[in-house]
Design a protein around this ligand. Structure first.
Ligand code: URA
Length: 238
């Protein structure tokens, strides 16, 4: 593929902007400056740098972010900064979206991608990808609450009761709640339905993907093909 097209596909701007970056000597491929926009390169495993920043060619982008509190999962945030401000501009330019949203005060694992099919599959209720939340509650958690969360609670505007897939009590005020759905304020509403209240909420796992301990709030990381295979096994990963 021509270098100009490569940069354009990876989110570095219009073809004209990419051509100018290349002609100004700001782009290296496999360690060597290339100032010829129409030079051809094999894209598989291609390493390149733009203004000294290293990148690898990726047909599509899959990443995880440790969402900090007080960020909104929106391109048009109303009261807090957007989680998209935590990502490099090239990822936004190529149309990376979050897969499901977390509330402004929720922290933890967020997946993002520019692969529409993958986003659809991961968010679709049909696939029931389990999400695990660490919930810190205001009141002590008792057996009755756990039983009710597992058997199902009726939430306003929902046609049928919704049950947690699992509910593990970690300590008096902390539980790990596994949900198959991703309904609006679902955890908060479910805890309210059993007369408790969420004080802090952190998503710690989506399917097989755990929030890595060494991924600090605000940091992001590419999802490699091994992780993707575990999350969505039949995905076309070419
Ligand atoms: N449930 C909630 O109540 N909030 C979230 O951010 C995610 C799940």
């Amino acid at each position: 593929m021509q270098l100009e097209r490569i940069l354009h596909s990876q989110g570095f701007g219009s073809r004209k902007i990419c051509r100018s970056l290349i002609r100004h000597g700001l782009v290296s491929v496999n360690g060597e400056v290339c100032d010829q926009p129409f030079d051809e390169f094999e894209t598989e495993n291609l390493q390149f740098s733009v203004r000294g920043e290293d990148w690898q060619f990726r047909i599509q982008a899959y990443l995880m972010l440790h969402k900090p509190a007080h960020y909104e999962c929106s391109h048009k945030p109303q009261h807090h900064p957007s989680i998209f401000s935590l990502l490099p501009p090239a990822l936004l330019e190529r149309g990376v979206q979050c897969i499901g949203r977390l509330d402004e005060d929720t922290t933890g694992l967020l997946m993002l991608s520019d692969d529409g099919q993958f986003i659809h599959r991961m968010s679709s209720p049909k696939w029931k990808v389990p999400k695990i939340y660490e919930v810190t509650t205001k009141h002590a958690i008792d057996d009755e609450q756990v039983k009710t969360l597992l058997s199902g609670v009726q939430l306003l505007d929902e046609p049928a009761p919704i049950a947690a897939l699992a509910c593990e009590v970690i300590s008096t005020n902390v539980l790990h709640l596994t949900l198959a759905e991703g309904k609006y304020h679902q955890v908060k509403r479910m805890l309210a339905a059993v007369s408790n209240r969420v004080e802090a909420l952190k998503r710690i796992r989506i399917g097989q993907l755990e929030l890595p301990e060494d991924l600090a709030p605000g940091e992001w990381r590419w999802l490699d093909s091994v992780m993707l295979e575990r999350i969505a096994p039949t995905r076309n990963n070419s």
